[in-house]
Design a protein around this ligand. Sequence first.
Ligand code: GDP
Ligand code: IMO
Ligand code: MG
Length: 420
Amino acid sequence: MSGHIDAVLGMQWGDEGKGRIVDWYARDYDVVARFGGGDNAGHRIEVGEQKLALRLVPSAALNPSVELFVGSGCVVNLEGALEELARLSEVGVDIERVRFSDRAHIVLPDHALLDRASEHARGGAPIGTTGRGIGPTYADRVSRVGIPLGQTLDERTFRNALRAIRSVHERALQDPSVLPDFAEMEERMLAAAARLRTAIVDGVGYIHARLAAGKRILAEGAQGTLLDISFGSYPYVTSSQCTAGGICTGLGVGPSAIGRVIGIYKAYTTRVGSGPFPSELLDAEGDRLRDAGREFGTVTGRPRRCGWFDAVAARYAAALNGTHAVALTKLDVLSGFERVGIVTGYRLGEREATLAEAMHPDFRAEVEFLDGWAEDIGGARRPADLPMNARRYIARLESLVGLPIELFSVGPEREALIKA
Ligand code: GDP
Ligand code: IMO
Ligand code: MG
């Protein structure tokens, strides 16, 4: 029998609650695999008293029998990965289950520095990156000077690769003296690579052996569709493919291996960093969403920008990913709003507009309002437990997005979920 890959993907600008949804679906899988991004991701899960913020390790850390795989499309900060593994091990997670693809590229201290330098070079229009060196690492991969994890396994090869990439970075910077001391960095990287060594595997072989053995694999998205390098709100995006296509290129499988795609939407919208945001609320309602939803970044602690659910962006994301069904998170956060908005159209003068035109000065978003609900719904466990207006809101989203919502979450805890 041959196995297959299902996916849980973020459909907005990240932080949709992918971690907690993956934690829940993971019970039906043998392997959970990240296929892209690095520790710019922050995925929170809460099970009982245990609360974890995962950056690179897949969000099935609290599902003891599931294998955890960091795939070929990811970028790995060696020291960051070791710290994360140590942190997980301390709280009783079996980290022997974690494997890294030899084709994932490594993020060096140089890259964080280049990240800051490139933000600075943009003057008044920075991206607002997480500052973790993700963009420069992917840029080096495309420029064919990057270092795949597999090259850290042989000391001489690794030393040569480090020297080569450093000379490229020196030429890229106006003032190369800002780069960390090379000899010190080299020793740190060699030491870290030696400690990670046993977790590095042939990434393509790993996935295909499990598919051949009939295993069920869940691909865990990082970031979100609207941050995708090709289809997001460019240039205010991340540097990897966050959409379903990234599963093929990030794990090394063909499209026929992919089964169901679950799209995760927050019941409203948030965004960290700069860039267009058609449904953004810059008023008291936005502040209220931020407070009620505790919308502060997991990685950088930055306040997240908040706004209503954007059904136009939602349909765009659903199409890009071949999405089968939806999991809707943080519905509880909308409790207590007298009215709840949904963006239902984009206009540029008399005509319809697209998200790609959102930076145009005449771009306008049309908002529809529904009556809110006052009840606290954190304890709801069945659809019938929800107030009528919450059910109306869900039905309206289903009809606007054109997909069934199969799961809602009403709190951060594992059990705060309702199956439709
Ligand atoms: P991810 O990056 O998509 O995994 O999302 P994050 O973990 O960065 O952000 C989602 C935040 O919302 C986390 O702090 C979660 O604990 C929290 N969260 C997830 N689902 C719910 C929910 O249904 N209700 C509430 N109130 N919080 C939630
Ligand atoms: P998770 O997986 C939210 C955003 C940054 C910035 C842009 C580029 O937790 O949903 P980068 O450091 O990737 O070059 O930054 O992308 N960004 C995220 N926003 N959630 C994330 O991950 C993000 N990862 C990157 O804020 O706007
Ligand atoms: Mg996050």
